[in-house]
Design a protein around this ligand. Structure first.
Ligand SMILES: C[S@@+](CC[C@H](N)C(=O)[O-])C[C@H]1O[C@@H](n2cnc3c(N)ncnc32)[C@H](O)[C@@H]1O
Length: 212
């Protein structure tokens, strides 16, 4: 199930022709190896957010192969990114692609479960991008929210989870726990006194929270 009609998404995705050879290579690798990476329209959205916010430090939860890290760093080349990945194959591939991008000094990839790594991270971040296990967003949020500076933004991807979170009853039984947890997360961020939040229904849904 899609939130945005596929003919509309396809139209948006095909408007622009990729010319960046590294990003094209990463997109091909992701497709062939079934590694989920952000879609074109999410990439452009993230890029604009970074250009507007100019975050000095960005924390990313869920590196995969480093695609979104490279896009965010390019959007604001003065940014320093810390990104966490639990899967060893993805972690090694991310290191390889980041080396190719020449951003090794600016993008630090941590090989760990974010639940553990976040216990040790003591730096402050102007932007956090959450794009890992959807059922754990609340845990990641609780462990990282203190690290987000005032005026900082928290961006969470796939929060509408194919629209299932908006349904009263969910027929996809095995996804029930993720949907329940995402609903709790959305309730929390939309009713929080410390955040102004907007839910943007592009691709699989994004939440942007501004820390007051
Ligand atoms: C959707 S992909 C990230 C895509 C990436 N942000 C991009 O667009 O280029 C999600 C990644 O989160 C990782 N992940 C899942 N649970 C995690 C956890 N607890 N800690 C760290 N990484 C995790 C997965 O292995 C996967 O590579």
């Amino acid at each position: 199930m899609e939130i945005v009609a596929s003919f509309v998404s396809d139209y948006i995705r095909n408007l622009e022709k990729s010319t960046d050879s590294l990003l094209i290579e990463m997109e091909d690798y992701a497709l062939k190896n079934k590694v989920p990476i952000i879609e074109v329209e999410v990439a452009r959205f993230l890029e604009i957010l970074v250009k507007l916010k100019k975050p000095k430090r960005i924390l990313e939860i869920g590196t995969a192969i480093g695609y979104s890290s490279i896009i965010m760093h390019r959007a604001y080349p003065k940014s320093k990114i810390t990104t966490i990945e639990i899967d060893e194959k993805n972690f090694l591939k991310a290191k390889e692609f980041i080396k190719k991008s020449n951003y090794t000094k600016n993008i630090d990839v941590i090989f760990a479960d974010a639940n553990d790594a976040l216990e040790f991270i003591k730096a402050d971040y102007d932007m956090i991008f959450m794009d890992a296990a959807k059922g754990q967003y609340i845990n990641f949020f609780e462990k990282s929210v203190e690290r987000l500076t005032k005026g900082g933004i928290l961006v969470s991807d796939n929060i509408l989870f194919r629209g299932l979170v908006a349904k009263e009853k969910n027929n996809v039984r095995r996804k029930n726990t993720i949907v329940k947890r995402l609903k709790e997360f959305l309730n929390m961020i939309t009713n929080s006194e410390i955040f102004s939040t907007t839910i943007v229904p592009i691709d699989d849904g994004m939440a942007i929270c501004y820390k007051k």
